[in-house]
Design a protein around this ligand. Sequence first.
Ligand SMILES: *Cc1c(COP(=O)(O)O)cnc(C)c1O
Length: 398
Amino acid sequence: MKTQDYIDRESRYLAYNYHPLPVVLNRAEGCWVWDVDGNKYLDFLSAYSAMSAGHLNKRIQKALTDQLGQLGVPSRAFHTDKLGAFAEKLCLLTGMDKMCPMNTGAEAVETAIKAARRWGYRHKNIPENKAKIIVSSGNFHGRTTMIVGFSSDDLYKQDFGPFDGGFESVPYGDIEALKQAITPETCAYLTEPMQGESGIVMPPKGWLKQVQDICKDNNVLLILDEVQTGPGRTGKDFAFQHEIDSPDGLILGKALGGGVYPVSAFLANAEVMDVFEPGSHGSTFGGNPIACAIGSEALDILKDEKLTQRSAELGAYLKAELSKIDSPYIKDIRGAGLWVGIDIDPDKISARLLCEQLKEKGLLCKETHETIVRLAPPLTITKEELEWALGHIRDVLE
Ligand SMILES: *Cc1c(COP(=O)(O)O)cnc(C)c1O
């Protein structure tokens, strides 16, 4: 079969909820992927940061196959030898008290919303069914009907309603608006510490610290969605560590799964997590031994291979080199660690067209919102590979 045959078959049988670049992959190793014609590409998307440790990382592979020889998915009806160890490791790394394992990012966000509302009723005495959660404009927290209901993007929510309320949106990075929005019925502020899908949007410096102070003063939980910014991506283990000690709730996913399996978690302080009792929440696959073996290994790799430090150093280099590019298309370059957004002037060229041209050079990136090219290579990338990529990015942009 030819490239176009694979694409045509997908078009025939799949929901059209994605618009992939016209490349058909069938193999990967490290930072590289191959298409069915044998062409080789450097992966600069890393599965939206889910693949931080490199494709088919040997240690992840071993953790997975070892576990497959031991125990698969016994459900949470029984204890296993892996779950406690993974939870302990994750709590120690994040500084949070307890975790609740899920699979996808959206499920972990839903878990956070349930916990925040219950905490509001049981610890803040908010009247029944009145709890409000404040969110940020431009947010992305996943695709469930509840989550898209508080999105500010029509693309995500149009004609998926009715949405039942319980959320209020404030402009991202706006301290005054947050202060104004808080009422006695507010149980939590849920936000990304840096926005991913919105186009690698950085809040003003000092914002998160101020947010934490306001939340503390008003007895409002600060819940951070670090599904994308999580382990290592922004040059700290977690993005919140650029400004604060710890939030009240923390949502992780993507890279926790080592690039091979969905692993997510909601973490919180004990008072928040203890609102759950048996039967109140759960997941058939969440916290299964395979997920735990992979998640544990992903965290060990982060530490052993100093991925966070690599992200900080190589990310600073990437940003510095990008800012030297003299291009009529670039409006802005922003980001943290190996997580950079190039803001493209839509009057001159579309981000999609740039991504297609980069693909021709052997570099896979994906546009977000038509005007932003996101660069998020695996954190295992070498300086040589980065330089190779920069050469092509320079060529295309200049
Ligand atoms: C990707 C993402 C999610 C959703 O994760 P899924 O695994 O796709 O459900 C939630 N929050 C943020 C910040 C994300 O980037």
